[in-house]
Ligand binder design. Structure first.
Ligand code: ATP
Ligand code: MG
Length: 239
């Protein structure tokens, strides 16, 4: 993947994430982690390579075909990006699906047809009791769980997470990782998560991918990864 300014952010990286698996990507700043996730969701169009999802190469799709294929991918970020003045349940019910963004929901209405699914998603992240609360009053950890519930409204088979615990305290971070692990193991999602917390990677990942300068330098079950090779990822040397 080469950006228009000439930066080659990914160089021949090959990665497979299976259903039921939590894969963590580790690597220093600027090694291409976010670019990799954005290439998978087609937020940027890769200049080379393929992204296979359910038997289709997303890179080759455009327009409506791309949009519908992409519904199977959900993404969460460092920030939960909730609408603070609206309730938790409204954020979930209105948030994920483009088809809900009518003038009525924009003015504060709730898409009633989506409410049962929204409550179910909120239950999946363990916060059913917070449904009526204003999103702006949530703690960082709660807000991130709500953003995961919103992502689940898409009924994705793949969940991509870019530093989802970077703004959270250690306990909330552990809770989010436990949740991502459960979504993989129990609900069968393929979860690909970028982290800077090495301990959480070792604690929760089924597989760890170490990235450096746009390449995967290792990709192995967590038990086979040494802390030395992880430390190597962060050592500054000419790439
Ligand atoms: N829109 C863009 N245009 C040009 N270059 C970009 C763009 N976005 C990222 N880059 C460059 O691509 C490389 C990889 O960036 P990327 O954001 O993917 O790294 P990262 O691994 O996510 O880093 P971090 O840990 O800091 O989030 C960097 O050299 C960055 O400067
Ligand atoms: Mg990044």
């Amino acid at each position: 993947m080469r950006y228009p300014n000439g930066t080659e952010a990914l160089r021949g990286l090959d990665l497979e994430v299976r259903a039921g698996e939590l894969v963590v990507i580790l690597g220093g700043n600027g090694c291409g982690k976010t670019t990799l996730l954005r290439s998978i969701t087609r937020a940027v169009k890769p200049t080379a390579g393929q992204v296979w999802l359910n038997g289709r190469d997303l890179v080759s799709l455009e327009g409506e075909a791309l949009r519908s294929a992409r519904m199977d991918l959900a993404m969460i970020w460092q920030q939960a990006n909730l609408v603070r003045r609206r309730s938790v349940i409204a954020n979930i019910a209105c948030g994920a699906l483009g088809r809900n963004r009518t003038w009525w929901t924009a003015l504060g209405g709730l898409p009633n047809a989506e409410l049962p699914a929204a409550y179910e998603a909120l239950g999946q992240v363990g916060l059913a009791h917070l449904a009526p609360q204003r999103a702006g009053t949530l703690s960082g950890g709660q807000a991130q769980r709500v953003s995961i519930a919103r992502a689940l409204m898409q009924r994705p088979s793949v969940l991509l997470a870019d530093e989802p615990v970077a703004s959270l305290d250690p306990e909330a971070a552990t809770d989010i990782m436990r949740l991502l692990q459960r979504l993989a193991r129990h609900d069968g999602l393929a979860v690909l998560c970028v982290l800077h917390q090495v301990d959480l990677a070792f604690g929760f990942a089924d597989r760890i991918v170490g990235m450096r300068a746009g390449r995967a330098v290792f990709d192995r079950p967590t038990g086979g990864v040494s802390s030395d090779e992880v430390q190597e990822l962060y050592q500054k040397r000419a790439a």
